[in-house]
Design a protein around this ligand. Structure first.
Ligand code: ATP
Ligand code: MG
Length: 650
């Protein structure tokens, strides 16, 4: 193994931080010794119309049931908006940065309140009631946030579908949620290209009807003014409807365990699951993690680059930050438009203090070199974050040294759609950092590593990552299919929540996510995480991205098949292939020596930017006919290209 780089907490980080290491240790110990008491205290961070008496009522044994703050009553939009009006009504809640750098907008908490109240009244006028499911298929514009918050205000359950999904994918989610009200826009705009959201919605509504789910209304935001079809009686203009109703709306009193939203997972491992989150525990957990993980202080400008169509957008663009009264930046565009400096230009333009993005973006920007970063100041940055996949140490160091100029802490946050919020992460003023490690559990989170038979592994070891007790942000069920919930998460290891991820714990008790358990490679009896081999490849100066899978091998059981994307301007050759194989042997050892290495101009990714190894595995196995569910793939052409190259080699 190549040497692990430790970056100690710098004095400046500690001085500013809300939590130092002593406090972390103390709170963590309390949170696991007496979760009732810990969460009874921290549950008070949000406003309750009726305070909770009961804090925790959860069991991971059959029948699995998870309830937090179950007799409390609250409203999520009240917590994200109304309660801030008296003290910070004129503060900016949302900074919107358009796809076109010339376009931006600032929305204060008072303006947000008016917009959300109007939209809530529109929903009510058209018969949307508590518990009804509303599908939101929107570009990254403030109206997407208004739509989500308006749902929570009237007690409706939103299901946000990422605007990059096809009509079929949208239809599947409308049908699964049995949703009869859809909010969309005429078109989206990303990287200068228009996305036909309304046209896709029209198609999806027709497909849903064939599955007997009848959408009653489609509410349409005018974003580009592009030409669209119109169904009289069904379609409604957002600007007309919101102008015609009152700007006052009383939020519904909701029970803590009333559903807040349904969100489908990214689909990296198969058919997406309809994850259901509820109101009270989710908001407590999202806001608390947002505050402590990002060391958020009043007045900070906070930017999470995710799309609201993913859980990261739900918890860390919208609910966590707004519950904390923060200024949250919402970006409509993409990292490389108009140029690969865009992220850093936006950081400078809005003086962003906290910046949270994904390894896929970091690796892509790293591939374009340092100059586009170094052209910008980035002086405002105080915390950097990463989420979505393991971040290779090489990319981590680049993020730290080039983007952060070596003096900004990185929080590598491990979590899932299912977990509602961050579970394993450094805290900027408390945790010494190791490049590539998500480090330590957040308060109340009890990770455990087990072997394939479920035996608990202690100390420094490698295993399957489970969580042994509930935390408030945990999903409550798979929408409409509690049995699938129990089967997927609680049946592999009895009495434990199984994450599906593999993980290593080092001698300092730090956690390193090694990849999905399904992706683990077994070479001559040695189990290897994909992340480790990929990191070795990415540490070569000519490699920008790599994906590694196992394939059947007569002698070793499984062989190592590597797909490698080179840095801009580099060419693949037999010589370079040999050099990379030698490089991996040097970094990890002969056991990890790649058997096959294919240069790939692009890798198959989900629309949230995660590498889909299950498809690469099929290609490596020559099993081209059975690629499985590819509906969440960002660019299907990438797969054709890989298949062609693979076939040419045979
Ligand atoms: P599906 O469950 O449908 O296959 P998915 O797992 O990609 O899709 P998400 O909930 O968006 O859906 O992603 C959660 C997963 O992302 C985690 O289980 C883990 O594999 C990976 N992940 C997220 N953050 C990190 C991180 N900081 N380090 C390593 N892996 C991460
Ligand atoms: Mg998953």
């Amino acid at each position: 193994m190549s040497e692990v780089h430790v970056h100690k907490v710098q004095p400046a980080w500690r001085e500013r931080a809300l939590i130092d290491n002593e406090t972390y240790q103390k709170w963590y110990a309390e949170s696991v010794a007496d979760p009732e008491r810990f969460w009874a205290e921290h549950g008070k961070r949000i406003d309750w119309f009726k305070p909770y008496g009961k804090v925790k009522n959860t069991t991971f044994d059959a029948p699995v049931s998870i309830k937090w703050f179950e007799d409390g009553e609250l409203n999520v939009s009240h917590n994200c908006i109304d309660r801030h009006l008296a003290t910070r009504g004129d503060h900016v809640a949302i900074i919107w940065e358009g796809d076109d750098p010339a376009e931006d907008r600032k929305i204060t908490y008072r303006e947000l309140h008016e917009q959300v109240c109007r939209l809530a009244n529109v929903l009510k006028k058209h018969g949307v009631r508590r518990g009804d499911r509303v599908t939101i298929y929107m570009p990254m514009i403030p109206e997407a946030a208004y739509a989500m918050l308006a749902c929570t205000r009237v007690g409706a359950v939103h299901s946000v579908v990422f605007g990059g999904f096809s009509p079929d994918s949208l239809a599947g989610r409308i049908v699964d949620a049995e949703s009869t009200f859809v909010i969309t826009a005429d078109e989206g705009l990303r990287g200068g290209k228009a996305i036909p959201l309304k046209e896709n919605t029209d198609k999806a509504v027709d497909i849903a009807a064939r599955h007997h789910v009848m959408v009653k209304n489609v509410l349409v935001v005018r974003r580009t003014g592009g030409r669209i079809g119109w169904a009289d009686g069904r379609d409604l203009w957002y600007h007309e409807e919101t102008a015609a109703v009152s700007a006052d709306n009383e939020p519904e009193r909701m029970n803590a365990e009333d559903p807040l939203f349904i969100l489908y997972t990214s689909g990296s491992t198969g058919k997406p699951k309809g994850v259901l989150h509820t109101s009270g525990g989710y908001l407590v957990y999202a806001s608390m993690t947002h505050q402590y993980v990002f060391d958020y202080h009043d007045g900070d400008i906070y930017w999470c680059t995710a799309d609201v169509g993913w859980v990261t957008g739900h918890s860390y663009i919208l609910y966590g930050p707004l519950a904390n009264g923060a200024t949250t930046l919402m970006f409509e565009g993409v990292p490389n438009y108009p140029s690969v400096s865009r992220f850093w230009e936006v950081v400078d333009k809005h003086k962003v203090n906290i910046f949270y993005t994904a390894p896929t973006a970091i690796r892509a920007l790293m591939g374009a070199g340092d100059a586009p970063v170094k052209n910008t100041s980035r002086r405002s940055l105080r915390v950097l974050g990463s989420v979505g996949e393991p971040i290779n140490p090489e990319a981590w160091e680049w993020y730290f040294n080039v983007v952060g100029d070596g003096n900004v802490p990185i929080v590598d946050t491990w979590w899932q759609t299912e977990t509602g919020g961050i579970l394993i992460t450094p805290l900027p003023g408390a945790t010494d950092l190791k490049a590539g490690s998500a480090t330590r559990p957040f308060f109340g989170v009890q990770p455990q590593l087990v072997d394939n038979e479920g035996k608990v592994l202690e100390g420094a070891t490698d295993g399957n990552l489970c969580i042994v007790d509930s935390w408030p942000g945990q999903m409550r069920t798979v929408y409409g299919d509690h049995e699938r919930f129990v089967q997927t998460y609680f049946s592999t290891y009895k009495g434990k929540y199984f994450t599906g991820d593999g993980c290593r714990r080092d001698a300092d008790g730090y956690y390193w996510i090694t990849g999905r358990v399904d992706d683990v490679i077994n070479v001559s009896g040695h189990r290897m995480g994909t992340a480790e081999v990929e990191s070795a490849l990415v540490s070569h100066p000519k490699v920008s991205e790599a994906a590694v899978v196992g394939y059947p091998h007569d002698i070793k059981g499984q062989g190592i098949y590597c797909y490698v994307t080179l840095m801009a301007g580099e060419q693949g050759s037999d010589e370079l292939r040999k050099e990379l194989v030698a490089h991996v042997r040097k970094e990890i050892g002969a056991i990890a020596s790649p058997d096959k290495l294919q240069f790939a101009p692009g890798l198959p990714k989900t629309r949230s930017g995660k590498i889909m190894r299950r498809i690469l595995r099929k290609i490596a196995e020559d099993d081209f006919g059975a690629l499985g569910d590819t509906s969440t793939l960002a660019d299907p052409a990438v797969v054709d290209d890989l298949v062609t190259n693979r076939q040419n080699k045979k």
